[in-house]
Write a protein that binds this ligand. Sequence first.
Ligand code: GSH
Length: 200
Amino acid sequence: MKLYYVPQTCSLSPHIVLRELGLPFELVRVDNQRKVTEHGEDFLKINPKGYVAALQLEDGRVLTEGTAIVQFLADLKPEAGLAPLNGSWERSRLQEVLNFISGEVHGGMGPLFNSAIPDEVKTIFREKLYKRFALLSRTLEQHDYLLGEHFGVADAYLFTVLRWTALLGLDLEPWPALQRFMARIDQRPAVIAALAVELA
Ligand SMILES: N[C@@H](CCC(=O)N[C@@H](CS)C(=O)NCC(=O)O)C(=O)O
């Protein structure tokens, strides 16, 4: 399998999951400005949407959208317990949480990265995002991981997007449970290994 990635973007989430599962994979770096891979391939031919993450299987099929990729990967090794069994109530709960992170947190941060958006407008997006942080914090005050007491794919995704708060100058101090969550995930060997490669 090949994971097309850009360091420290949302592709970090499937990168962490691949390492957590101990699956064999190759990382292919993408130049997001030029839409060219490190091997000189036209990235738009691999993912016409033009964004990471993209996962290419040995037979050439390509899966995109981080939330789909991490579930596909978790299902390759269900015994690792990174996602509840397909078709279960718990699996639907996972999808609920993944969609929340994708739409409300990942999507909610997009405008804050956009230099064309004036500061007063950004304030509106920031306030909305803080409401989402408060909700996540309430969950993580009750248990260590988003779906209970075990690490799973939703935690890899939340960790990935909350790392961007540092880049955006957003303070997590009002939510100590989120700060503790970040410190907890940061210590996982798979996360340390993924970041070592991405930050090199
Ligand atoms: N809905 C997509 C969004 C992916 C996305 O936003 N990728 C960003 C990095 S975090 C990217 O590559 N953006 C480049 C672009 O849109 O040109 C997903 O969740 O996988």
